[in-house]
Design a protein around this ligand. Structure first.
Ligand code: MTE
Ligand code: MO
Length: 315
């Protein structure tokens, strides 16, 4: 009866070590605070969000997955976390990080539903603990022709989709992000936008091993301006596909209506694969500006991931 054998920690596959360690640490943390008795959290005056935040930090830094991390020089943390596209907090990239203080990112239930056998709602924190975190160094290419090299912490979206068991009719995955005007000072000036910020992938793209749900970056939980507490990362597509602060993931039979495609389908088509040969309506996509150095480098087809995607896009 193999499931009765208790193996030592070092025998566990890496994917199971992280959640178990996180779980033990969580119990320990709560015990130290005297919170395991039930109902004590409220009496303690400690905010549930404080517990979540302390809990989240236990999972970082995660081990780097070398197989998915090309040896590239990372963009500076300070640069990547202060130069953001997150229109809910304004359109000035360098100001977004100063406008996120009202945004409450824990607790954070994420609903996974639609055409699947086992829909579920789990907190972002539970998702991180359940699937185990790893670090991957990915190229990041915005449609505005700037780029970065980013160490994300997260897990493959595929693991979550397999858990909910897509039905045969599921063809697309829709990603809905948080919309809370009272916490997001940027939306007041963009009232005409089709909020919430929504994105989508084909099921095949969503199931691809490169596609991640990230809960951290630079070895720490995601800063709010980078999409705390959980965001999508699709490294071969323009950055706008990678929705931040996800609240809902839905399996569907129809191609989802996305915010950018609704606003301007010629400029921001649904597929949005990085392609140096296809210019944006208003600028070339042949080169990109590296955020740190300001250097101009050539843009690579599928952002450098073509070899890993050949089966997905075979003609
Ligand atoms: N909810 C939401 N997600 C979003 C955006 C946004 O404005 N709102 N901007 C997108 C764009 S255009 C890019 S380039 C990336 C930027 O992510 P970063 O700020 O972490 O670099 O987030 C994407 N996800
Ligand atoms: Mo972008």
């Amino acid at each position: 009866m193999p499931n009765l054998i208790f193996r030592p920690d070092w025998h566990l596959p890496e994917s199971r070590v992280t959640p178990e360690r996180a779980y033990r640490n969580r119990r320990k943390f709560l015990r130290e605070l005297g919170l395991t008795g039930g109902g004590l959290l409220a009496a303690s005056g400690l905010l549930e969000s404080d517990v979540h935040a302390a809990d989240a930090r236990q999972l970082y830094p995660a081990k780097r997955n070398i197989a998915f991390s090309p040896d590239l020089p990372l963009s500076k943390e300070k640069v990547f976390t202060t130069y953001n596209n997150f229109y809910e907090f304004g359109t000035d990239k360098e100001a977004v990080h100063q406008r996120v203080d009202k945004f409450v990112t824990a607790p954070w239930p994420v609903k996974i539903h639609g055409l699947c056998e086992k829909p579920v709602t789990l907190d972002a924190q539970e998702l991180a603990a359940e699937f185990g975190l790893e670090e991957r160094v990915y190229r990041f290419r915005c449609v505005e022709a700037w780029s970065a090299i980013v160490p994300w912490t997260g897990f493959e979206l595929r693991k979550l989709l397999e858990k909910v068991q897509p039905k045969a009719g599921a063809k697309f995955v829709k990603f809905v992000t948080a919309f809370r005007p009272e916490q997001m000072p940027g939306v007041a000036r963009l009232r005409g936008y089709p909020w919430p910020y929504t994105e989508g992938l084909t099921l095949g793209e969503a199931m691809h091993p490169l596609t991640m749900l990230a809960t951290g970056v630079y070895g720490k939980p995601l800063p709010k301006q980078n999409g705390a507490p959980i965001r999508l990362v699709v490294p071969w597509k323009y950055g706008f596909k990678s929705g931040k602060s996800l609240v809902e993931i839905e399996l569907t039979d129809k191609q989802p209506k996305t915010l950018w495609e609704t606003l301007s389908p010629e400029e921001y088509p649904f597929e949005a694969n990085v392609d140096p040969a296809i210019p944006h309506a208003r600028w070339s996509q042949a080169t990109e500006r590296v955020v740190d150095s300001g250097d101009r480098i050539r843009t690579l087809p599928l952002n450098g991931y073509a070899a890993q995607l050949s089966a997905l896009y075979k003609k």
